[in-house]
Design a binder for this molecule. Sequence first.
Ligand code: ADP
Length: 281
Amino acid sequence: MNTTPRFQEETARSQPVASTLVSLQNVSKTFANGTIALRDMSLDIAQGDFVSLLGPSGCGKSTALRIIAGLGDASAGEVMWPSSARTGEDTSNGAGTNQDISFVFQEPTLMPWASVFSNVYLPLRLKGLSKQAARDDVMGALEMVGLEGFAKSYPRELSGGMKMRVSIARALVTKPKLLLMDEPFAALDEITRFKLNNDLLHLWEAFGWTVIFVTHSVFESVYLSNRIIVMAARPGRVVEDIPIDAPYPREEEFRTSDTYNDFCRRASQALHGAMEVSEPA
Ligand code: ADP
């Protein structure tokens, strides 16, 4: 299949930069009931970025993530994958790149009847790998999230934080280039959330994936990201793009630093601004 001419046509129009992993170009989404979940969203995500989508409920964060994942279609606009096009893959709406994308939801969504090992093995099983062939990758993913000793446990035996770790291991077992996370830690207590924030950052620094992280927590978005996209609701749209120019590794002392507080103030003001221009639900 020759997709090059179409890609050239698209790049001629939009010219995404060389390191762009995914580019949303004037993406809009209107649901059948008339809700405009996104209007004219344009955003380039660079390879290796940790980007947070921050905004009030209903501003289209999850819709944007689902469209990037190829789980939903845009009503208008384009999602482009410039780097995969260089290897000759299909670039339309993530098709051909889906196997490089993993999604982590707010709920761990584990199979209660299956062991931790089997839960993490699932994406590889769906790809046709035998348990034996997948064993090293599954154990490697469990090791990454600190659960290598729990392979034989069942979800009911685990805390909320541990279940989320299993969910993250299941996302990592396919070695994705892009990790999409939709409020993954929102249901966890603060101490567990801080711990998972730190562990996620360590993994991101070690493995260099690109992460798009949905949250409505200013503090979490500043702590984790190198860039925050602030969105407003009804219609869902981007209102600010804030670079968080603080060095990594970020550890606990970053949470109490003046730099962190300054960025939190800035992001908080942007979020309040976004809420003021959001139509009431
Ligand atoms: P967020 O993740 O920022 O809370 P969503 O992307 O979930 O926002 O939703 C954006 C808007 O689209 C909201 O008004 C929501 O009610 C609406 N919406 C989401 N999914 C659907 C759907 N399947 N049908 C109709 N409206 C939807």
